[in-house]
Design a protein. Structure first.
Lengths: 346, 86
């Protein structure tokens, strides 16, 4: 999809101190285990106490990031709300399933059931902001956020002035364990800052909630322009090479989804061989999860806004470029869902 | 009865995650919904589940439920009436 739209506001809750939004002064948060957990903000300024008591982590993170994003953009009532999530509220899902077993399918609490649905975050945003427009959540594994993005771009093309678009994911101890059984994570603990020292099977888990207000026209709030988003399902090397060349040939900087996982590293080797511009990783900041692409987009827009790449966040990169106007993000989710986004300075 | 009401208040606080509320903050006769604790319709379902899980009492008739869940006092009286041997 090649339609230009503009990021008018954004907010991210991640394992780094991203919520305040100033990337230039952000320290790199080091995590020694294989599971990166979000640094959660104080939710009370954003969510009424009576609602807060019922919400699990991801609902609070999703709603708060969305509200902060709206506040930054100057938009009070969102138009279309379009999000992507791979797993939705895992905590509620796990609670509900455990209670089915514990109480033999009787006397089940309604709250975890209601909130375990993927579109709970969207519903909460709409309720709190009185938004009655288009409301959709995409649940397509590693394509979840990017599908929300493509849908938002099409809505803007159809005439909407702006959309609230986001991606959110949480990792629970239970889900971390399940994914470890299928080899998603490193078997030995590795610090996020050491993730790229060696390519070995598995990577580190992560989570996050990232929202954007996208607009059809540039205005005084515009942070960056998103000019393309392409999705490729299990591409062959020729397809992938052609797409990277098509979208990335004139980029100044590459943001790579490389995650140190030797099982799927060959795609990132292909990226490095195809596009030789300076490249920076991002998974050491947020970990691996279905909607990590949303964090990468936030990072790209933040770097374009700052006009510089803070060396504290990328100690593994020898030379960071100082002048960049066009960034290409390439990411894939366990070799299946591949995505390429192009972000430009406004 | 007093012991039951104290226990019930603790269970309500836990089930509804009423942060910053202590058992002594809940008046026995204060309405649970609207004013008082300010609970809503989802909370009423949670309280029904509480009665079933903690006391083995299933409220079949929603109209009956409305009366039972008026206050801690009405809930305790209902539980006691069900627990008394016939």
């Amino acid at each position: 999809m090649k339609v230009k739209c503009y990021i008018q506001g954004m907010a991210a809750i991640s394992p780094q101190s991203t919520f305040e939004g100033d990337i230039t002064n952000m320290p790199l948060v080091r995590t020694e285990s294989n599971r990166l957990a979000c640094i959660e903000p104080d939710y009370k300024p954003y969510i009424p106490a009576n609602s807060l008591r019922r919400m699990t982590r991801i609902l609070k993170m999703g709603l708060t990031a969305a509200l902060k994003c709206l506040a930054e953009s100057g938009v009070s009532t969102p138009g279309p709300i379009v999000t992507g999530t791979g797993k939705g509220s895992l905590q509620d899902t796990e609670k509900f399933i455990k209670e089915i077993e514990q109480y033999k399918e009787t006397a089940l609490n309604p709250t975890p059931f209601i909130q375990s649905t993927y579109n709970s975050v969207n519903g909460l945003i709409a309720l709190q902001q009185q938004g009655t427009d288009y409301n959709n959540t995409f649940v397509h594994r590693g394509f979840s956020f990017e599908n929300a993005l493509v849908d938002s771009m099409m809505l803007l093309q159809e005439g909407y002035t702006h959309t609230l678009t986001g991606g959110f994911e949480e990792i629970t101890p239970e889900h971390f364990y399940i994914k470890s059984r299928i080899g998603h994570w490193r078997t030995e603990p590795v610090a996020n800052t050491d993730l790229f020292n060696q390519e070995l099977p598995g990577t580190i888990a992560g989570e996050g909630s990232t929202f954007f207000v996208l607009g059809a026209e540039a205005n005084e709030h515009s942070i960056a322009a998103l000019s393309a988003c392409k999705l490729l399902y299990k591409p062959d090397p020729m397809q992938l090479t052609a797409t990277l060349r098509e979208l990335g040939a004139d980029a100044d900087l590459i943001i790579s989804g490389t995650n140190g996982d030797s099982n799927h590293a060959h795609y990132y080797h292909l990226l490095n061989n195809t596009l030789t511009q300076p490249s920076i990783p991002f998974k050491h900041l947020c970990g691996e999860y279905e909607t990590a692409g949303a964090f990468a987009l936030w990072l790209a827009a933040s770097l374009l806004k700052a006009g510089t790449i803070p060396s504290a966040l990328f100690p593994m990169v020898q030379q960071l470029p100082s002048n960049f106007k066009k960034i290409v993000i390439y990411n894939h989710f366990y070799g299946e869902q591949h995505t390429v986004m192009v972000v430009e300075r406004v | 009865m007093e012991e039951l009401k104290k226990k019930l208040k603790e269970q309500i606080i836990e089930a509804l995650n009423l942060q910053d509320t202590k058992p002594e903050d809940i008046d026995d006769n204060a309405p649970l919904f609207g004013e008082g604790l300010g609970l809503d319709s989802i909370d009423s379902l949670e309280l029904m589940v509480l009665l079933e899980r903690q006391y083995g009492i299933k409220v079949e008739d929603p109209r009956e439920g409305r009366k039972i869940l008026q206050s801690v006092q009405s809930m305790a009286e209902f539980i006691q009436s069900k627990q008394q041997p016939a």
